[in-house]
Design a protein around this ligand. Structure first.
Ligand code: NDP
Length: 281
């Protein structure tokens, strides 16, 4: 049986420090606040928004919500982002996907408030290997899990399945910045199972429920499953078929209770870090 890389434990470990930071900021009259913007009524976005409001509330982080109908003009949405950019009471801005005019809206978030690194300036820093600004929360969560469990990346053969701008590509860059030897796979990759099987660490972000089975793994491998899906029976599962793989790998993140739990914590940390930047201003 593999070691279970418990995301909830990683998140819990960060809790105390976060609470202390928030308390300290509040004593200095700074109330960390996240602005969340949603376009349309997609059930997944609404659920995510609700869960973020709850999580922020639990730690004493304020939230401001702006919602727009799907036929709102780009200009109107841009104006809201600009308003938040200039509002010193809003420290972080998160745009909920899916978004119309995604690239332009993401690029409109000012760099200091881009807490999920959605804009081009944040993205460029990751590709340049600079430590300025914020890193996208999901790939960062994967790195934090590896770090917490003392799993080094340097010199390792790491395969990332998925090349989205949100997960796969920034993930590969972060790993590269940590001196891993990285292979990026996608839907046109030939012999995927063979490539995955050779990896020391396999990071899966392909958006295909339970696609990765034990034929893709090896007994010394560490598997990080980024995928999240709800099955017909209402259960959550990942891109990895956990039950099928768990006896054939060294360590694995579960779903739920893996990457997702840490992702949320990273976002809260970023809001607090953004709030700290305003101290003394
Ligand atoms: P996308 O759909 O944007 O990207 C999926 C990637 O996987 C694409 O690059 C695609 O290749 C590749 N892919 C699809 N099918 C295959 C295949 N059969 N073989 C190899 N590669 C394939 O998804 P995201 O990156 O946004 O998300 C990935 C997963 O992570 C989803 O399940 C999502 O729900 C989850 N997620 C989890 C988060 C968390 O906090 N835990 C946060 C964000 C996402 P191509 O480019 O060729 O199309």
């Amino acid at each position: 049986m593999a070691i279970i890389l418990d995301g909830k434990e990683v998140a819990k470990n960060k809790e105390q420090q976060l609470l202390e930071e928030i308390e300290r900021l509040k004593q200095n009259q700074i109330n960390p606040c996240l602005g969340m913007l949603r376009v349309g009524e997609k059930q997944d976005s609404i659920s995510y928004e609700k869960s973020m409001i709850k999580k922020c509330g639990k730690y004493g982080i304020e939230t401001k919500i702006a919602t727009f109908s799907e036929n709102t003009t780009k200009q109107e949405i841009l104006e809201q982002i600009q308003k938040w950019n200039q509002d010193s009471r809003i420290h972080g801005i998160l745009l909920l996907r899916p978004l119309p005019f995604e690239e332009e809206l993401c690029d409109a978030i000012c760099f200091e408030k881009d807490v999920d690194a959605m804009g081009k300036e944040s993205m460029a820093n990751i590709y340049k290997g600079k430590k300025q600004g914020f890193v996208p929360c999901t790939p960062e969560a994967c790195m934090k899990i590896l770090e917490y469990y003392h799993i080094p990346c340097e010199g390792k053969n790491i395969v990332v399945v998925g090349r989205s701008l949100i997960v796969g590509k920034p993930m590969a860059m972060l790993l590269l910045n940590h001196n891993a030897t990285v292979t990026i796979c996608h839907s046109k990759t030939n012999h995927l199972a063979e490539i995955c099987k050779k990896a020391d660490i396999l990071v899966v972000a392909m958006g295909k429920a339970r696609k990765i089975t034990k034929e893709y793994t090896n007994p010394t491998q560490v598997v990080i499953d980024v995928g999240i899906h709800r099955t017909k029976e209402g259960e959550l599962c990942g891109d990895v078929d956990f039950q099928n793989v768990v006896d054939n790998v060294r360590a694995i993140t579960p779903v739920p209770g893996g990457v997702g739990s840490v992702t949320t914590m990273q976002l809260l940390e970023h809001v607090v870090r953004a709030a700290k930047l305003t101290e003394g201003k």
